[in-house]
Design a protein around this ligand. Structure first.
Ligand code: ADP
Ligand code: ADP
Ligand code: MG
Length: 500
């Protein structure tokens, strides 16, 4: 049985490392950070109680270097390891290695991870547990003729997916047999490069669907709860951009029903700790299970805002063998939360990565605003790691309040030196389809959001130009009237303060 955790090594970086450090501080647990050459000046290094350098910038030599991380954790006397998300969080060898070295891994067991990490295996288990899944091939497809056969039966369009995919990688669309044959080769190569194995399968491509997922927590005593849903339909390249709770299409009855299926799915793989059951919902309201993410999710704060729970603290409690301290019926959903993933990418140029120094930034705050970020004035956004630089969340007593708070906070948010996805979110917050809750995974294309964003940007640039002209005119008025230097300085400050 697990003992009480007194120190945690955080095998991650960026905002999620900070998130876990904050949890540690609240619990009176010693936090131990690790960092690469690239992160010497990173904020998680400063905030942790202790920090250890573990290697070069490339992830393979630092945040993915299991042996080095374990060695560091042992030397520092850590009794648990929190993997965050990405990196080693879903590597089933890691919990085993922690265990062998007498440390608690804060997450599921290696065995559960092995099943959830293999989407095919997981789908098989779900079918047995009577959890509905997307129609497609029964297992891995080795050759392209077999793939064509399955696709023909399922009906085009289909998706080729890698059993080991993640983060939107390893998914390819085929509209007909010719495309399928081409894509099969590409998808195999891509999957082998990313995950070391091809292991492709075919799934019917569901159209105009929503991505709706359920937050789960399960303890070592077999208690499982769901913490309601998050709607994550606004995506690009099968990756989430905006997440919210509640979903505009999930009522109490559906929530209870699908939530119960999600808890059943977790039990079927003997899941432990926090995780997420992801579903696709078609226009008729049918839900299809797609996968379980066996980690703390990027978008977990959305759930924290509407449930009032602290998922990191819950994770620690479960990891040290405690029972979940609430029953399903004790949980209440309060208000609405929206999260925008602020990525260091240029939405005007197909989300091209944008890295480098951030000389200054202004992080929004105010009623209902929460920003999880590693940004600070003078920091640097590295090209070595994930593009997520901040998660901006707004809570409101209802969707409209959360939306308006998001919109205003986005206006306050400035990050100099790099391009970010902020302009895209500003456009979305004003989009009538978003306001109506008319969402689907093809939302950006379907409603021509990029065209709108370009128009908005032009209008803002025009506004800014006329504001600048006005300011110059004002200045000359000051000079004419013999205004004091002080007033001039103030007007200049105002000019600089105006942002797009
Ligand atoms: P979530 O499901 O919480 O939205 P993602 O699926 O976007 O999270 O993954 C979280 C982060 O982990 C991503 O930002 C991505 O960089 C990383 N990640 C997840 N799966 C993989 C993978 N298979 N290969 C590389 N990176 C991954
Ligand atoms: P990952 O492991 O990369 O997160 P998922 O299986 O969770 O992969 O799918 C990621 C996204 O891809 C979904 O949110 C959805 O937008 C899209 N997708 C996945 N499967 C299907 C499908 N069968 N039909 C249509 N879209 C799908
Ligand atoms: Mg997924």
């Amino acid at each position: 049985m697990a003992g009480k955790i007194t120190s945690i090594l955080i095998a991650n970086r960026g905002e999620i490392a900070l998130r876990v450090i904050r949890g540690c501080k609240e619990l009176g647990i010693k936090s131990i950070a690790i960092y690469s050459d690239e992160d010497v000046r990173a904020i998680h290094v400063k905030r942790a109680d202790e920090a250890y350098h573990i290697g070069a910038a490339a992830p393979a030599q630092s945040y993915l270097n299991m042996a080095k991380i374990i060695e560091t954790a042992k030397a520092a006397g850590a009794d648990a390891i929190h993997p965050g998300y990405g990196f080693l969080s879903e590597n089933e060898n890691f919990p085993e290695l922690c265990d062998k070295n007498g440390m608690i891994f804060i997450g599921p067991t290696a065995k559960a991870m092995e099943v959830t990490g293999d989407k095919i295996k997981c789908k098989e288990v779900m079918t047995k547990a009577k959890v509905p899944t997307v129609p497609g091939s029964d297992g891995i497809i080795e050759d392209v003729d077999k793939a064509a056969d399955v696709a023909h039966k399922a009906g085009y369009p289909v998706l080729l997916k890698s059993a080991f995919g993640g983060g939107g990688r390893g998914i390819r669309l085929a509209n007909n047999e010719k495309e399928l044959r081409q894509e099969f080769e590409m998808a195999s190569a891509e999957s082998r490069a990313a995950f070391g194995k091809a292991a492709l399968y075919v799934e019917k491509y569901l159209q105009r669907i929503r991505h709706i997922e359920f937050q789960l927590i399960r303890d070592s005593h077999g208690n499982g709860r769901h913490l309601f849903e998050r709607e994550c339909s606004i995506q690009r390249r099968h990756q989430k951009l905006i997440e919210m709770s509640p979903s505009p299409v999930v009522d109490q009855k559906t929530r209870a029903h699908i939530g119960e299926i999600a808890v059943r799915a977790a039990a079927a793989v003997d899941y432990l700790n926090a995780g997420t059951a992801e579903f696709l919902r078609d226009q008729e309201g049918n839900f299809y299970f797609i996968e379980i993410n066996s980690r703390l999710q990027v978008e977990h704060p959305v759930t924290e805002l509407v449930t009032g729970l602290d998922l990191v603290k819950l994770q620690v409690a479960v990891a040290q063998g405690e029972e979940i301290p609430f029953k399903q019926e004790d949980l209440k959903m309060n208000g609405c939360a929206i999260e925008c993933r602020i990525n260091a990418e240029d939405p005007f140029y197909d989300f091209a990565p944008s890295v480098g120094p951030v000389p200054t930034c202004n992080i929004p705050y105010g009623p209902g605003i929460r920003v999880d970020t590693y940004l600070y004035p003078g920091c640097t956004v590295s090209g070595y790691y994930d593009s997520l630089v901040a998660k901006m969340l707004a809570w409101g007593s209802n969707f409209e309040e959360a939306r308006v708070r998001t919109k205003n906070a986005l206006d306050e948010f400035s990050i100099e030196g790099i391009n970010t996805t902020i302009p895209l979110y500003k456009t979305i917050m004003d989009d009538p389809n978003f306001i109506k809750g008319e969402l689907s995974t093809d939302y950006l294309d379907r409603f021509k959001i990029f065209d709108k964003m370009n128009e908005d940007a032009k209008a803002r640039a025009k506004d800014k130009a006329s504001a600048a002209v006005a300011a110059v005119l004002m200045q000359s008025e000051f000079v004419k009237k013999g205004a004091s230097q002080d007033a001039l300085a103030r007007s200049k400050w105002k000019m600089r303060g105006s942002t797009i």
